[in-house]
Ligand binder design. Structure first.
Ligand SMILES: [Zn+2]
Ligand SMILES: [Zn+2]
Length: 333
């Protein structure tokens, strides 16, 4: 222990000698040292004068009050916030479960959880008639303030997502002889795109009521301007969703294949054996990279991945939403 103290004292010059040395011109990274910045007569040329530092200082001053306000808002709306987290947790759980290949009992339990959540929400807030939003009417609220808007839009968004997962569960249950593996993936994609398009339209009515809430008084011009801006922004969103929906309908209606039919010679190179199922080829398909797989094997693979299982070359057609997953984005506007 003593030896270590002695060795360290050798490296550091005595304090008195350091006082007599003129202050060296230090590189920039050293000027950030707290010993230098705390000297009162030196001009502040360090990061303390930067706009970001000043903003941080202002923010630090407001921070306790922001936290106080958030705690108050959180307490006032504790029930709504708790329900939001419960719905979010249910969504995460059910969205993950629907993608797993599970037993019928397992599928029924996920379906019951979804149904129970939808039923409980509408029953608990029966006087609000939240379901009216589903056919573009305003639920029963005297006025639409920001919180009411978020409540209507957020809860109905969860309800539509739950219904979407429930419909996908029905497709999962269908045996492969009823609907082939390839069509299942495209079916999930079509359901998801239809659901996203519908979810995109649901917030329009509450938003119109929210933006037009003070239109009777002098705020008429402002409300009209806000409404025009909202309509313009929203039309871009609706257009993008409609485009995706049309594309998924066209993929679903055309019997799309991922590759071409290989020749007998090409099959012989692979000893007539699929690299995915390690069995004889069934309806073999050759990908653009040259590798050959069973139609069903490669379809179920490409519904989840974007690459060839062997050489990892990228496929042009992405598998978006073909794995039965549902978008977790909260459509609030
Ligand atoms: Zn195979
Ligand atoms: Zn390949």
């Amino acid at each position: 222990m003593e030896s270590s103290v002695e060795s360290s004292s050798v490296d550091i010059p005595p304090l008195s000698s350091r006082h007599h040395q003129p202050p060296p011109s230090l590189p920039h990274h050293v000027s950030a040292s707290p010993f230098l910045t705390q000297q009162p007569n030196q001009p502040n040329n360090g990061p303390e004068t930067s706009p970001i530092f000043n903003l941080k200082k202002i923010f630090d001053g407001f921070l306790p009050f922001i936290i106080l306000a958030l705690v108050k808002v959180g307490y006032d709306h504790r029930l709504g916030i708790l329900i939001f987290f419960a719905m979010f947790g249910t969504f995460i759980y059910c969205n993950a479960k629907v993608q797993e290949v599970a037993s019928p009992r397992h599928i029924v339990s996920v379906g019951l959880i979804l149904f129970f959540n939808i039923f409980l929400l509408y029953l608990t807030f029966a006087d609000q008639h939240l379901y009216k939003s589903l056919y573009f009417f305003l639920p029963s609220f005297p006025a639409v303030d920001l919180w009411t808007l978020l409540w209507i839009v957020g809860m109905n968004d969860f309800i539509i997502k739950f219904a979407t997962i429930a419909i996908k569960l029905v497709i999962v249950c269908l045996p492969n002889r009823t609907i082939c593996c390839r069509k299942k993936g495209q079916c999930y994609q079509l359901i998801e795109m239809a659901s996203q398009s519908y979810r995109c339209l649901i917030p329009i009515t509450p938003w119109f009521y929210f933006l037009f809430s003070n239109s009777e008084n002098e705020g008429y011009i402002l409300s009209t301007c806000l409404l025009i801006v909202y309509t313009i922004c929203k039309s871009f969103d609706v257009y993008a969703k409609a485009k995706d929906l049309i594309k998924s309908i066209s993929i679903f209606s055309n019997f799309q294949i991922y590759g071409s039919t290989p020749s007998a010679q090409q099959l012989a190179v692979y000893n007539n054996m699929c690299a995915v199922c390690h069995d004889a080829f069934v309806s073999p398909v050759q990908l653009p990279c040259g590798h050959i797989y069973c139609d069903e094997c490669i379809t179920s693979w490409l519904d989840r991945e974007r690459t060839c299982p062997m050489c990892r070359s990228k496929m042009q057609d992405g598998p978006k939403w073909r794995d039965a997953s549902t978008s977790g984005n909260l459509q609030l506007f």
